[in-house]
Design a protein around this ligand. Structure first.
Ligand SMILES: Nc1nc2c(ncn2[C@@H]2O[C@H](COP(=O)(O)OP(=O)(O)OP(=O)(O)O)[C@@H](O)[C@H]2O)c(=O)[nH]1
Ligand SMILES: [Mg+2]
Ligand SMILES: [Zn+2]
Length: 306
């Protein structure tokens, strides 16, 4: 499979294929992704060949979808400065555990995350604010918007300008619609929200990077059904919950994972409601998954040693 890549060269889009050596098995991590800088050489037919991928200053990656044990890192975008996490107040119904996973991945990648709650026209802004208040308390900037009604979009273009922003979130939340509403001249395809019978239908099918008129880029991505962090150490997980950070050094045990340990300052904060119980519950679920993954790797390592 040798698909086409769109490469922007001096403001002109070139259609490029990959040099064969970049497609060798085991080199998936160096395949170009949206946001990459690449070296291209022109070919006689007016297309180009991607020769090499430049060093990445940041990556946003998830654990690849699919069978347990066969997981690897899947880099979704490179060289981004910030992540705009888009959920809908309704249609599709927001799953807050999924919001947490997007935010954890952004934190693990050390990228600032902004949350956009779109489609507030369907629920009213007050109800949307109540649902997502927990993220404001955790310290995230939250914007309540309606791409359809054109509300809540003030200042969004300015926040995007001169930066590279990854726009991420489940399918049908209105990522492409939001970008169309704020970026002059952009006409991204948008579509119906897929229903259970049409599961897996995405309107945006590949990640697309679009230049902004005032400088910078936005990367519109297809909604992801499975999103799990990749390569997180269990002990580092609480760092990815900003509201837990003031507490995790105050635990009695230096290796505290904030589960059932005595003298745990994070649990204490949850009991006092200084950290939300729902976010802590998300933390525990992600921790279990990270611990299970670590066990699996240890067993696999032992098998290789034998
Ligand atoms: N009621 C309402 N509908 C909206 C709003 N924004 C987008 N929609 C609709 O939601 C549907 C999905 O919008 P898209 O912009 O295609 O969603 P997306 O997040 O880009 O979806 P994928 O590309 O599949 O990931 C479309 O039918 C839009 O018209 C909004 O603010 N309010
Ligand atoms: Mg889209
Ligand atoms: Zn603790």
């Amino acid at each position: 499979m040798n698909e086409w890549y769109a490469v922007l060269v001096d403001g002109v889009e070139w259609r490029c294929r990959l040099r064969g050596s970049l497609r060798k098995p085991g080199r998936e991590a160096t395949l170009p992704v949206i946001g990459d800088t690449v070296t291209v050489t022109p070919t006689a037919d007016g297309t180009g060949i991607v020769e090499a991928v430049g060093e990445r200053r940041s990556v946003f990656s998830r654990r690849s979808a699919g069978r347990k044990g066969a997981w690897r890192e899947q880099i979704l975008a490179a060289n981004v400065d910030q992540v705009l996490v888009v959920f809908a107040a309704a249609n599709p119904e927001p799953h807050l555990r999924a919001v947490d996973r997007y935010l954890v991945i952004a934190e693990a990648s050390e990228l600032p995350a902004h949350l956009v709650v779109n489609k507030v026209d369907l629920t009213g802004e007050a109800a949307a604010r109540e649902m997502f208040a927990v993220y404001e308390r955790a310290g995230y900037p939250v914007r309540y918007a309606s791409a359809a009604g054109g509300t809540g979009l003030d200042g969004l273009l300015a926040e995007l300008t001169c930066k590279t922003t990854l726009v991420a979130g489940p399918s049908g939340t209105g990522k492409s619609s939001l970008l169309n509403a704020v970026v002059p001249g952009l006409e991204l395809r948008t579509g119906e929200v897929s229903h259970a019978l049409r599961k897996g239908k995405h309107t945006t099918v590949v990640g697309e990077l679009h230049p902004l008129p005032g400088g910078g880029f936005v990367a519109d991505t297809p909604g992801l059904r499975e999103l799990a962090p990749w390569g997180l150490e269990p002990f580092d997980l609480s760092e990815c919950f900003p509201e837990m950070r003031p507490f995790h050094d105050l635990c009695q045990w230096s290796g505290c994972l904030h589960q059932n340990e005595g003298g745990c300052a994070v649990r204490g904060a949850v009991e006092r409601d200084a950290v939300s119980a729902a976010r802590y519950d998300s933390y525990l679920r992600l921790l279990e998954a990270t611990l299970a993954e670590e066990q699996r790797e240890l067993r696999a390592g032992r098998r290789r040693e034998r």
